[in-house]
Design a protein around this ligand. Sequence first.
Ligand code: FAD
Ligand code: EPU
Length: 339
Amino acid sequence: MVQIIENKELQEFNTFGIQALCSYFTELNSIEDFHDLIRNVIYQKSEKLIIGGGSNLLFTKNFNGIVIKNSLKGKQIVFEDDATVIVKIAAGENWHEFVMWAIEHNFCGIENLSLIPGCVGASPMQNIGAYGVEIKEVFTELEAYDLINGEKRIFTKEDCKFGYRESVFKKECKNKYLIASVSFSLQKNAPVNVSYGAITGELDSHGINNPTIKDVSEAVIRIRRSKLPDPAVAGNAGSFFKNPEVTTEKFTELKSHFSELVAYPLTNGNYKLAAGWLIEQCGLKGFEYNGAAVHSKQALVLVNINNCSGKDVYVLSGYVLQKVFDKFGVTLEREVNII
Ligand code: FAD
Ligand code: EPU
């Protein structure tokens, strides 16, 4: 029988390290646990929040509902030929451990996504991405369960409507499904992707000319460790905002005033701006508010440096939004899921 705990503290379940209570808490170790749970009256009457590693969440208040920690485990190879392998990974598996497992087996495609915190089940939520790769490139399908009637549904890549830090699960399917497993198509002996400038520089500095996927993974890990704060030291949820997309006209106008503007052309003719650069130019790197701060090495990351509340982080994020808008006329969008 699945256990339901009342009034559970959530500080250890979110990487921001924010104190917040939930009315009810439960953990799923199997799909049978889930089928058990949906017959429970407390579950049926409560607002529901599924969590994995809590690394993309900000609790701004207590959660008056049931938090469901997904701990489903298991890895399965469902297809294999000379070139490709399709792996089906349970949602509660740790993302980085899965990446390490793939590298160990020489399965290529996700090495650039090394060291992203959290669980496999959350990876489709915002189509996680880093260093020139997004999961939509290797995603094949996922298995989900309707949170009300428990029915199983397969989501194909098209169903997921992946975009930059976006999917159907942040929009019309928000809070409607438990993602139980995700399947990925990985390649044997595929060329590595070193298109993201920082990787090439990092490999060069180690004298590596013909990198393996392990070399790429290690380079990514070194870069990430050099700029992103370790949640065990300063609570955070990675980038707090998305990099905004602007039209060519807006880009040209900004570039004429700010020649150093960091921007990347997109295939649709628009430009993506580096939000970290915009925030830094507002003089906000290291800016503090009530124990919350803009990270001093990466301005896109907000950190809990002194036992702040989720509201403090949220207020700080509003201040950052306003400052960036006042200086550049660009509206940033929060990436982190606000509860
Ligand atoms: P949680 O925070 O637990 O949940 C996130 C959202 O997904 C919530 O809305 C939750 O309700 C929902 N959810 C979680 N699991 C399920 C499930 N099984 N079924 C249905 N809904 C579910 N992200 C990137 O894309 N790229 C990066 O480079 C990156 N770097 C980061 C660096 C640091 C230091 C940190 C702290 C975070 C970083 N992130 C990055 C953000 C984060 O790691 C990812 O978004 C990750 O996928 C979140 O996983 P999680 O299990 O912690 O999700
Ligand atoms: N920059 C600054 N100042 C800063 C931060 C960045 O000038 O304080 C400039 C950098 O110099 C660089 C550019 O902005 O020229 C891009 O910086 P970086 O390579 O660090 O990447 P990012 O755009 O800030 C994005 C993702 C990260 C991902 C990295 C690597 C988003 C919202 N963030 O950050 O994802 O790891 O690229 O691919 O797209 C996350 O989503 O949580 C996350 C950490």
